[in-house]
Design a protein. Structure first.
Length: 142
């Protein structure tokens, strides 16, 4: 049985590497998500202001200028975005940053390189609670 389509659930992807943004956008749009891609912090914050219906943030930590942590600090101070689910993408070996990210209430941390299929499963889990579980998508929880 195939998973239910997301029917336009809006996701904001923030990554300064255009090819990563394209990979994520393509995979999520194939599943019915509406995807916005921002390449830097100010663009991401603008998208959040313009699109209050954003249901989830996929955020790279290593961004030029305003880091992913700076974006998280900013949005967590806004009552509308304080509980926005966020999946953080990061390179391995950033332990101090990861501790701070965890303190800012992220839903999940995924290490690059990541599996687009696993990312889709996690996006579904946070935006569509009735969607199949990770086990149904072939993903181990943890």
């Amino acid at each position: 049985m195939s998973a239910p389509a997301a029917h336009g659930v809006r996701v904001l992807v923030v990554d300064d590497e255009p090819h990563i943004g394209r990979i994520i956008r393509t995979r999520l749009e194939q599943d019915g998500f509406s995807v916005l891609v921002a390449e830097h912090g100010p663009e991401a914050l603008d998208a959040l202001q313009v699109h209050p219906e954003i249901a989830l943030l996929v955020l790279d930590l290593m961004l030029p200028g305003m880091s992913g942590i700076d974006i998280l600090r900013t949005i967590r101070q806004d009552l509308h975005w304080a509980a926005l689910p966020c999946i953080v993408l990061t390179a391995a070996g950033q332990d101090a940053q990861l501790r701070e990210v965890e303190s800012l209430g992220v839903a999940e941390i995924m290490t690059k390189p990541f599996s687009p299929r696993r990312l889709l499963a996690r996006v579904r889990a946070y935006t569509m609670p009735e969607a199949p579980s990770d086990a149904d998508a072939g993903v181990a929880s943890g």
